[in-house]
Write a protein that binds this ligand. Sequence first.
Ligand code: CO
Length: 494
Amino acid sequence: MTISINKKKENLSFNRQQWQQGYQSQPNEYEYFIEDIEGKVPEELQGTLFRNGPGLFDVQGTPLQHPFDGDGMVCAISFLPNGKVHFRNRFVRTEGYVQEQKAGKMIYRGVFGTQKPGGWINNIFDIKVKNIANTNVIYWGNKLLALWEAAEPYLLDPSTLETLGIDYLDGVLNPGDSISAHPCFDPSCELDNGQPCLVNYSIKPGLSSKITIYEFAPDGNLLRRHSHTVPGFSFIHDCAITPHYCLLLQNPVTFNPIPFLLGLKGAGECVNFQQGKPSQLIIIPRTTRDKKVKTLEIDAGFVFHHVNAFEEGNNIYLDSISYDSLSQVNFETDYKEIDFDSIDPGRVYRLKIDLDGETVDKKMIESRSCEFPAINPKNFGRNYRYLFIGTTHKDRGNAPFQAILKKDLLTGEKQVHSFAPQGYVGEPIFVPKPNATSEDEGWVLVMIYDGDQHRSDLVILDGENLEKEPIATLHLKHHIPYGLHGNWTSEVFI
Ligand code: CO
């Protein structure tokens, strides 16, 4: 018995106490030029990296039951033409954040199970949702928007990160509407003479779900909008596009709101994964003329994120990270004590969808536990070769993500850059080099939490040779908790 415990300890690539420290709240807001840099920041790398994620894991001392309930904190890392790099972070001053900070106590229940103190009596029938604006941040149409899928975007000043208020996208949204935190970038839209566009969707869930697709021009104007109703409750966190289709995967879940209404559970805890039940793949044409929405039943497991999709003849390919089962969000267990071995790893699967025969083939393309995919943005919606994604240090089993994997989907070749034992990775972002001639010619930007130093680093890896020493490691003066999503813009804001 003792031997097996020791063996297990020896096998760990990480120190749990250090990993847990990445979930410490960061209540401070900073702005400074980063001076502690190893290596050299490439001169051609100019622009701004915006990232979002929960910044607080407690509200005035009351701990959150789930990290996804944390108030959104946006970071901006600006790469200036003179080679300097500037860091800034600010909380999104959502209505709820401002109220709770002012009151000095928790006022809202969290969607993922955080309950106000005082037991069910203090939570019963309280269905007020706090827009925490913590999932993604994107610069589009001359606006910097902090996104959370259950509510409206918040508008931020891209230079100062000051919160300017809720943004209704120039009247596209109404008060109380929501829009997804995962817009899809189309680098060259056929419908707009090759101009880029941004595709996003919203879902009004219920016994049936109303899905609305929006397409926005580079100046932020709405180009197209169409709505479709599909049967069943929908929990759809991400979408994928091809030049002619939007693809949404309706996970096999049911929703029982009673425990939420009674104040016993968070809304997220009332979503139940129906293991073994099929998912519905919803294929919505991006032009509404003559074409109908198709829904195909497939065995897809549970999917949060898609890597990409593309068309070839009458086939559509959709690459996604899929889990065989989804462990129930449960507020009785501490997320920091999670048993990684008990959780199904996310794996990358490719669906080949025959539009004529309405058949779907499923193939695993990466078995390693992974999540948070990135590709060259020029290949969104198109066939692509290189996938960059967060993964575990070891090639088997489950653990915190400590490495970035580059997978060549043509040859199957893999490169892994690991930051174990003290480093924990977030979502990589691929920035193509100006005038790049190959798909992987660019930089992979990734935020690392350093458990030894209790601070975070921004690391720049070489997309063509991921395994070599980082091109540069920029040490921040403090830690940034584990984040969610972000985006790069070639505009420099400071
Ligand atoms: Co996401």
